[in-house]
Ligand binder design. Sequence first.
Ligand SMILES: Nc1ncnc2c1ncn2[C@@H]1O[C@H](COP(=O)(O)OP(=O)(O)OP(=O)(O)O)[C@@H](O)[C@H]1O
Ligand SMILES: [Mg+2]
Length: 261
Amino acid sequence: MTEVTIRHVWKEYDGDVVLERVNLDVAPHSFVSIVGPSGCGKSTFLRMLLSQEAPTRGFIRIDGQDLPPEPTAERGVVFQRYSVFPHLTALENVAFGPEVARAPLLGRLFGSRRKAVLEQAAAALASVGLDHAGDKYPAQMSGGMQQRLAIAQALITKPKVLLLDEPFGALDPGIRADMHQLMLRLFDETGMTVFMVTHDLKEAFHLGTRLVAFDRYKTRPEEIGAYGATITLDLALDRSSARERAEAMVGLADKVADQPA
Ligand SMILES: Nc1ncnc2c1ncn2[C@@H]1O[C@H](COP(=O)(O)OP(=O)(O)OP(=O)(O)O)[C@@H](O)[C@H]1O
Ligand SMILES: [Mg+2]
């Protein structure tokens, strides 16, 4: 079980403030949905949690430890698209990370060590419902299957923290609903803490145990640059009632859509 502490974090690029005064205490096994207008720094925030970027000021700790300066296996990430390797099969895609980590020079394991990694990769594929697609290449897979593959890639290292940057934004609504079910199951089965950026409020309520919104308080042209976005809303979500609310909203939307014009 993993808790995350974010204390007084600022991020500037070339002197322009993107994020300021970001404080957040995230309890173990939380699912934090992150919303906010385009360009307010949501992806930047995730990149700091991943150590792809360092805060200009402030600190982030996982279970009381400062973040390592580089991305590590304890933090997995799934982006909206393009995170799988087109020249590798599904099984090879999932095995790639652990193989490179364990055989940094050759990028390839042999014998029983390779077999063990391939078995882990097969198990990760099965956990996302891709057990029969191990020898398919990404180009032979639908968008939903590719995102399942990206999730399996992120999960094979059993990360403590999973970072999702609009992971389902490019998928059709029906496929997205399947992915929500998958994500809820994986969240319940593991002890991980999840941060998910989304533009879809319904999705944020449906999956999150907590909703965090980023926005700027100062938006006049002369203030942009000098001031960044910060957390403007932080709501604890009651999972069961949030699910009911989301379902009610979906039901309502369907009814409205079904009305004859
Ligand atoms: N490497 C970088 N160098 C300079 N500026 C950057 C860099 N990365 C992000 N920015 C700037 O930081 C701001 C926040 O960008 P970010 O991508 O985090 O926003 P976002 O909230 O994820 O937006 P969206 O919803 O469109 O994905 C933007 O103004 C962007 O131009
Ligand atoms: Mg973004």
